[in-house]
Every structure is written in C-alpha cells, then in structure tokens.
Design a protein around this ligand. Structure first.
Ligand code: PMP
Length: 334
C-alpha cells in the first residue's frame, strides 16, 4: 500500500478521544475536572497525535524517503508512538532515551521492532541523547522528528486536542476557563493555548512541572530527579514559550502518584503524569476560589508503570492534597 494510503487508513486511531468528566469531593465540596482520555490512541498515549502529524507532514512535503530510518529522543511515549506508526509504514526506528525510565517503555518499543539506545546520566541523560540523535540525523541521514523543537508538535494539538476540548465542552454548554498540562515538550499546553487564544476563548493555560525538578521555574538552571515520567526532561524545550502561558504550577511527585492510584481505583487507568495534572488543576481551582470549568489531560494509562512506584504504597507527606480527594463518579463525553 502507498504510505499516504496507510496513513489515511490509520487515521481513525488518532485523536478524537473522549473527555472524561470526573466528579469528586474536596474538603466537603463537590467539584468537577474534565480530562482528555488519551490512552485510547493508536499506541496508547497523547503522543500518537504528534507522531501522526509529523509523519503526515513529512510525507506531504517530501521530507522523508520511503526507506529512510527514523531516530527520536523520548522519555517513552513519543518513542512508542513513533515506533508503532513507523513500523506500520515500513520504517526502521532507533529510539534514544535515558536509562532511568520504566522497563515497560523499553520493552514496548522493542516489541514493536524499534531499537533502543539507552543513555546514562554520566553520558549526559536527555541532553546526551539529543546529541546522539543529531549525529544519526547528520552522519547517517536518519529522519529526525526532534519533538522538542518541531513546531508540528504544537500544530498537532492546535488542530486536534484544542478543538476537541472546545467542541466537547460546548456540547455541555460550557467553555474551558482553566487548562493545565504537564510539560514534556510543551506541545500539548502550547497547542491548546494557541488554539483557544485564536478562538477568542479567555482560558487560563498553565504549564506544570514536578516540585522536585523546578526546571522551568528556575529558567533551566535546576534539574532534579522525579517520578513523573514524561514531563520535565532536564531542559526547557524550544517550542515551550513560557511568556505566552500563565504561571507554572508545581506538584509533588508523591502526591501525583497517590492521585493516579485513586483514579485507577475507580476504574480509570491512568499513569503518574495524569495524577500530576489532576492535582495541579485542583490546586489552581482552589487558588481561583470560584466555580471554574477546568480541563486537563490523562496522557496515558497505567500499563507502562506496573514496575514503578505507581504500584507501591506511597507515603503521605505534609501538604499533599490527593488525600483530601474523594472521587465520586465519572462519565465520558464524546
Ligand atoms: N505525560 C506523559 C506520560 C508523556 O509521555 C508526555 C510527553 N512526553 C507528557 C505528559 C507531556 O506532553 P508534552 O510533550 O506535550 O508536553
């Protein structure tokens, strides 16, 4: 089959995810948070949206040859998304990633037929991985999507995630007033923010990061180890324009883990960054102190975290807010 026909065929598996309406009690008050339920995408995460957009753009503009191998740097989901799609299109894939991420991530990529090259902290971690990928792109002519600097990443969310959120809320006679998303590349928060601005919707769009790794808050100076895999990858990505967004929300990774565990316990399979996004959204809602239509992202499901702290008992620390959340019910909006 022609590559463009393959992409056309696969299209129904990308985006158009439901919005899940989560109703809960927090300190005795009933509240609602809406979240895009992204695990039903082709390879199980929000990053399928950008893999599809980047591949489609590459074919449309002759940026890739049919037999050209692909190299990408990732904390997991982008690597999984590119490998699945690229294999369906018949490309070889090399994924460069730090060696401290969940075992499931490496295994899934290899099961799809991708080759993983792990980079230790001593070899430079994420920054080291970027240098290795650049070398493959320049010296061995790999196609390098470069999600951290590729504007198509932002456009993917501007043209899909953003419009879907608006349409789904309009069906409920609502408009988004608050949007929070953890920053890996920042593609999600930038794309949704750009779209809502373009549509004249006054929605506060906040980027989020782990309090144990305040990289954005310190202008790129401070990097810490944290357990919210998929966000805060050791530098501020080129496509994240903090001056166009609202303030940075910080969340504790332990608090995020407990929140993700609670969501799983009511039947919503989510990973740790989804717990972080929920906590961050709730924190901001509390700060705003009024009834706000608040939206966030459930980026992926629990399956990539079975070997991590998500499946272990997490100690409660002072200041956690997840412990005061009582989840009541959820429903899906198409
Ligand atoms: N959560 C998870 C689990 C992810 O894999 C990613 C992407 N790395 C994000 C959140 C952040 O998304 P974005 O790259 O669009 O900022």
């Amino acid at each position: 089959m022609e590559k463009v026909s393959i992409l056309k065929n696969l299209l129904p598996m990308f985006g158009n995810t439901p919005l899940v309406k989560v109703i809960f009690k927090y300190k005795g008050e009933v509240k609602t948070i809406y979240a895009k339920y992204e695990s039903i995408n082709f390879s199980g995460s929000i990053k399928d949206r950008i893999a599809f957009a980047i591949m489609k753009n590459a074919y449309k503009n002759n940026l890739i040859k049919p037999e050209q191998p692909i190299v990408e740097v990732t904390s997991g989901n982008t690597g999984i998304a590119f490998t699945a799609l690229a294999r369906a299109l018949g490309h070889e894939v090399k994924i460069i990633m730090p060696d401290w991420l969940s075992k499931e991530r490496y295994d899934i990529i290899e099961l799809y037929g991708g080759k993983v090259e792990k980079v230790s902290a001593a070899q430079g971690g994420f920054i080291g991985a970027l240098r290795i990928a650049e070398r493959y792109a320049q010296q061995e002519h790999y196609f390098y999507p470069d999600q951290f600097s590729n504007q198509t990443n932002v456009h993917a969310h501007e043209s899909s995630t953003g419009p879907e959120i608006l349409i789904q809320l309009l069906k409920q006679n609502l408009k988004p007033e608050l949007f929070v998303a953890g920053v890996g590349t920042g593609g999600t928060v930038m794309g949704v923010s750009n779209y809502l601005k373009k549509m004249g919707i006054p929605c506060l769009c906040h980027p989020l990061e782990p309090s144990n790794s305040p990289t954005m808050s310190t202008g790129g100076k401070k990097i810490g180890s944290h357990r919210i895999q998929g966000v805060s990858d050791e530098f501020i990505p080129e496509i994240t324009k903090l001056d166009t967004l609202e303030s940075i929300i910080s969340v504790d990774d332990g608090d995020s883990i407990i929140m993700a565990q609670k969501l799983n316990k009511i039947g919503l399979s989510v990973g740790i960054s989804s717990g972080a996004n929920f906590i961050g959204t709730l924190k901001k809602m509390e700060e705003l102190g009024k009834n706000t239509t608040a939206v966030t992202i459930f980026c992926d499901n629990s399956f990539k975290y079975l070997s991590t702290a998500l499946c272990k008992e997490e100690p409660v620390k002072e200041g956690f807010i997840s412990t005061d959340v009582e989840l009541l019910e959820f429903s899906f909006i198409r």
